[in-house]
Design a protein. Sequence first.
Length: 244
Amino acid sequence: MTAINCDMGEAFGLYRMGDDAGLMPLIDVANVACGFHGSDFNHMRITVELAKKHGVKVGAHPSLPDLQGFGRREMKMPREELTNCLIYQIGALKGFLDAAGMKLNHIKPHGALYGMAARQEDMAHAVCDAADIFKVPLFGMVNTLHETVYKARGHTFVPEFYADLDYRDDGSLIITREHEAKDPDEAAAKCVRAIKESKVRSVGGKDVTVGSATICIHSDTPNAVAIAAAVRKAVAPYLDAARH
């Protein structure tokens, strides 16, 4: 069984990013920004309450401290400093979850941090250092340090597939600063194949292995709602029936 997740809650102050209200009814899990790449205390609370209204589980989506770059620029941070950075963000979101009577469902690093933790041991261990405190599953990619380090550290690893991003020939994810619109039907077909065959076609035309316990759609992809609707319809037979 699988579930659909979405990176969201990424507005900031009067700036708007993504159609969270349109996406929430189409997903099972929300990865909520924690203020360091998007969001703030008001938007975190609004997003948590919107998720509760729709019966959607909420996980933390912490970032490198890069608000201007939307967390999609790499930074050099020592392991201990990054751990503190993550605890700070996750703890803030957990406060709003506590206020709503909800549980923290998981942790999923955002953007550049997600990519760096996939290939740099110190970054992966920093994610685990923070997860040691909150004791929730970690989302990540198969055949990367996400899988090997998270599992070795005793954390539940949830393999993730991306409906709206491309993969390199080595199976790594292409994380762009700004996401382009994708064909909803093609995205849906990719998801079905990922679930049934654990494969996706790379930008170089190779079949690479992927996991699909959860499928991600980004709220800042221009046609995210259309993609989410198409994906949900296509993967309906494989979805976890226990969403609500």
